[in-house]
Design a protein around this ligand. Structure first.
Ligand code: ATP
Length: 361
């Protein structure tokens, strides 16, 4: 089901000050997509999710789910959460410790007054789906963190909602389990016709899981796009910076030629991915560390090749992270261990114009 949000506002008053948690949000979440709300702490992600579910009352605007108005200030409509047909998975697993796994999952169906045999069939089917067959009689607390989160997922899915909402569901799991559970979640949901709205401040999670990401800041949506678009080709400096580490260099547009935009900056004259920018405009040249290609031959010359010195080198696992001094600029680079360099070496850096992004904001 598609979710449409129009002009949604929510203010909180805290210690005499008004906080605009949601500031005129307009958003369409397409049906059957995995859609992530990403942004720094306090940007309004959870408030937006809670407004969709109905756990929070907005001040202004309208929310439609599958074309049906579930909240509207102007029309005086406020459908209660349990009538919105949504499933929800929280950060804390929110499973009931005194109940068995079976009873935890069965609960939403019992509340709906479904028949016992129907409940049993649906709970067992859902347990199988989340790969927890055979543990239905166990106390829910006698499961690992990852299994408890799967119980929470099963409970959200058992009533066959058309929309499922997640509020930082993996943040209580350790790093390895988080990665495994993330993959499972993606696999489980890809088998269902379901719209998933997922709140996180973890950019890797957002990139790995989502069909589309909306990046939020201070109660507003800054940019929406596919993970690839947001990572490689963001329109806003804030988004490029938030989604991953990036070298950001102040530059001035000097030419538009051969389908590329040329800038002058501390690295010299650099050809960049084409952007519709006027000559003389000040911009930010944004280059991700993995696209700063370092070679140990300092003598290379040519367009988009600059000379620098290795200021620092750190081994971080599969690559080295290096700071390369180029004039007054320092570029962060990720270097393949095969490239034999050490601190103090003179090196060449080549920059592919396709990965030199110009941002005006
Ligand atoms: P986090 O990632 O830290 O959970 P978030 O992006 O989900 O953050 P929200 O929880 O939606 O952010 O909060 C948005 C803003 O509204 C914040 O400034 C927060 O302090 C404020 N806020 C949220 N709930 C309340 C409340 N009940 N009373 C007062 N202010 C609130």
């Amino acid at each position: 089901m598609e979710i449409q949000i129009e002009g949604l506002c929510k203010n909180y008053v805290s210690e005499g000050k008004t906080v605009k948690a949601l500031d005129h949000i307009d958003l369409t979440i397409p049906a059957n997509q995995f859609f992530t709300l990403l942004g720094p702490s306090g940007c309004g992600k959870t408030t937006l999710l809670r407004c969709i579910v109905g756990l929070e009352t907005p001040d202004e605007g309208e929310i439609r789910i599958g074309g049906e108005v579930v909240w509207s200030k102007a029309k005086g409509i406020a459908v209660p959460p349990e009538k919105r047909g949504l499933g929800m998975v929280f950060q804390t697993y929110a499973i009931w410790p005194h109940m068995t796994v079976f009873d935890n999952i069965a609960y939403p169906l019992q509340v709906r007054g479904e028949r016992k045999d129907v409940i049993r069939e649906k709970v067992l089917r859902t347990l199988k789906f989340v790969q927890l067959e055979g543990v239905e009689k166990r106390s829910a607390t006698k499961l690992s963190g990852g299994q408890q989160q799967r119980v929470a997922l099963a409970r959200a899915l058992v009533a066959e909602p058309k929309v499922i909402l997640f509020d930082e569901p993996l943040s209580n799991l350790d790093a390895k389990l988080r990665e495994e559970t993330r993959k499972e979640l993606r696999r489980f949901l890809s088998e269902l016709d379901i719209t998933a709205v997922y709140v996180t401040h973890d950019r890797v999670e957002a990139l790995a899981l989502s069909d589309a990401i909306a990046v939020m800041r201070a109660g507003r949506i800054v940019e929406i796009g596919s993970p690839q678009k947001i990572y490689f080709n963001a329109d806003h400096r804030f988004v490029a910076d938030f989604i991953g580490r990036a070298n950001q260099i102040t530059a001035t547009v000097t030419a538009q030629e051969n389908g590329l935009t040329v800038v002058q900056c501390g690295l010299g004259s650099i050809q960049c991915q084409s952007r519709d920018l006027a000559l003389g405009v000040e911009v930010t040249l944004c280059i991700r560390p993995e696209f700063v290609r370092v070679t140990s031959h300092a003598a290379n010359v040519g367009q988009n090749i600059v000379q620098g010195t290795v200021a620092s080198l750190e081994f971080v696992g599969e690559v080295y992270e290096a700071e390369i001094q180029v004039g007054d600029e320092q570029l962060l680079a990720r270097i393949d261990p095969d490239v034999q360099v050490k601190e103090g070496d003179k090196v060449s850096i080549s920059l592919d114009p396709a990965h030199c992004l110009l941002l005006s904001a």
